[in-house]
Design a protein around this ligand. Structure first.
Ligand code: C5P
Length: 471
């Protein structure tokens, strides 16, 4: 039997299976194989598994990418090792992964291990007689639902931007008419280089979807900054979002418009295990991203850590901190619309401790020094590439309208959606919202409604604004 496809299980059984698989550190497919093998060897006497004391940190639907064919191009960077996990994560969700490796990639990981994890042949050479007879490069480019380049090196990005096709990987990219998702990974100085950024602008203008890179430690000792490849699970989430419904393919009044939405809280690390956070659930921001996509906009959602799922038809980029959120948003400019809904932490701990801060008997608690975070809305509102429409939120517990008017001015926004987040209102984390739209022309008071309805009405208002004004 080559593979197992699990269908038609009821939710409770699926959940048990997920927990059992996570507990045993196996994919769902592997878990089912174990169960089947055990049951044939010793019918009706399953080996006693230890009780599951904790909830699995990672629960997923094993069919969420069922039948999706991912062509994975691995280029030559140290982050190539993360691809091995990426392949596993894609496959355990039901996707098939067909790997292509550049010569550079082979300096970091071997085709043998990639092929074993992908359970497929690894394609290496453009002019390989064997491969071309088997599956030609044009077929490789087309017989997939999405082309994913991870990691994408500076060199490969430059080739993509220029349309150079001098090896199998670059030829496939040029020959493909499938959605293309790129996960750059490189040294922070290379990432910041003007030439690289020019190439990234070109890729975005060509409709290529980009995830990351993220801020953090580099593989080179002592190097830190923006350049780490996005984490495999975040790449998987982006793949799922792109395949759920190709973003920007719905036709509506916002067709052709590019929107950026921020959502959720941010987590600001104090040390490797502790962080500063807030109660934002992301429900309102995610609903706005989905509502804009439903009117035809091409939406990228930049989400802080939330427990809700990525909205369909939207490319979701996951970040943790305010600085990562700002990086992600700035990389997405220019855009037509920015709706900044995230409850960004105003402050972060100055100097994150490299090790867990220990409690020492008899000593006073350590002081927590704070530094101001960048204001993303304000940066976007005053940016050289400012979107034509910039919308901010104001979550207040007092002087709602006055504070919102002040924010409109200070942050360079066109509208502020003001809501009262006093605990008694239950807005933070709740499903309903009562908002006022504050603009330079006045205040609109909307009745209380659920967050999805607020989102739909706001998206309609945005569409009207684009219809009536040449923005
Ligand atoms: O100043 P305040 O946090 O109340 O402003 C709220 C608005 O500003 C929201 O739209 C929020 O997303 C945005 N904001 C931001 N970056 C910050 C703080 C707030 O984008 N650091």
């Amino acid at each position: 039997m080559a593979s197992i496809t699990i269908r038609n299980l009821d939710e409770a059984t699926k959940q048990l299976l997920r927990e059992r698989a996570a507990h045993n550190g196996r994919s769902m497919e592997e878990e089912v194989r174990h169960l089947l093998r055990d049951s044939t060897q010793a019918p009706a006497s399953f080996p006693a598994e230890p009780a599951i004391a904790t909830v699995s940190p990672e629960i997923f639907d094993p069919l969420e990418l069922d039948g999706k064919r991912i062509l994975l191009i691995i280029t030559g960077g140290i982050a190539a090792y993360k691809c091995l996990d990426l392949i596993r994560r894609l496959r355990e969700r039901g996707a098939s992964v067909r790997p292509v490796m550049t010569e550079g990639a082979r300096a970091f990981i071997t085709p043998l291990v990639v092929g074993a994890l992908a359970n497929d042949k690894v394609f290496l050479e453009l002019f390989s007689r064997e491969d071309e007879q088997d599956v030609g490069h044009i077929s490789l480019a087309r017989e997939c639902d999405l082309v994913l380049v991870a990691p994408a090196t500076a060199d490969f990005i430059a080739k993509m931007a220029l349309g150079i096709a001098n090896d199998l990987a670059s030829t496939i990219v040029l020959a493909s008419n499938r959605p293309l998702l790129v996960a750059p990974a490189m040294n922070p100085i290379m990432w910041a280089a003007a030439a690289l950024q020019r190439n990234m602008q070109q890729l975005r203008a060509d409709g290529v979807h980009v995830i990351g890179p993220m801020r953090g430690e580099m593989a080179e000792s002592g190097e830190a900054g923006t350049g780490r490849m996005a984490e495999p699970l975040d790449i998987v989430a982006a793949v799922r979002g792109l395949l759920a419904e190709a973003p920007g393919t719905i036709s509506g009044p916002l067709t052709g418009k590019r929107a950026i939405v921020t959502s959720g809280p941010t987590h600001e690390p104090i040390d490797p295990v502790r962080y500063i956070a807030n109660r934002s659930s992301g429900k309102q921001g995610h609903a706005i991203a989905a509502a804009l996509a439903a009117l035809g906009a091409q939406v990228t959602l930049v989400s802080g850590p939330v427990t809700i799922t990525d909205p369909p038809g939207v490319l979701t980029v996951h970040v943790e901190t305010a600085r990562e959120m700002l990086d992600a948003v700035e990389q997405l400019l220019p855009a037509d619309i920015a709706v900044m809904v995230a409850a960004v932490a105003d402050w972060r701990a100055s100097g994150e401790a490299g090790e867990k801060i220990k409690k020492k008997p008899g000593e006073a608690p350590p002081p927590l020094q704070l530094t101001e975070n960048p204001d993303i809305l304000k940066t976007v509102g005053h940016h050289a590439k400012r979107p034509a429409l910039v919308v901010g939120f104001a979550a207040e517990t007092q002087n709602l309208i006055d504070n919102a008017k002040g924010k409109l001015q200070r942050k360079g926004a066109d509208w502020i959606v003001a809501n009262d987040v006093s605990p008694a209102k239950g807005v933070m984390g709740g499903d309903r919202n009562h908002v006022r739209i504050v603009s330079r022309s006045g205040v609109e008071d909307w009745p209380e409604m659920d967050k999805t309805s607020v989102a739909a009405r706001l998206a309609e208002k945005i569409a009207e604004r684009f219809e009536t004004t040449e923005v």
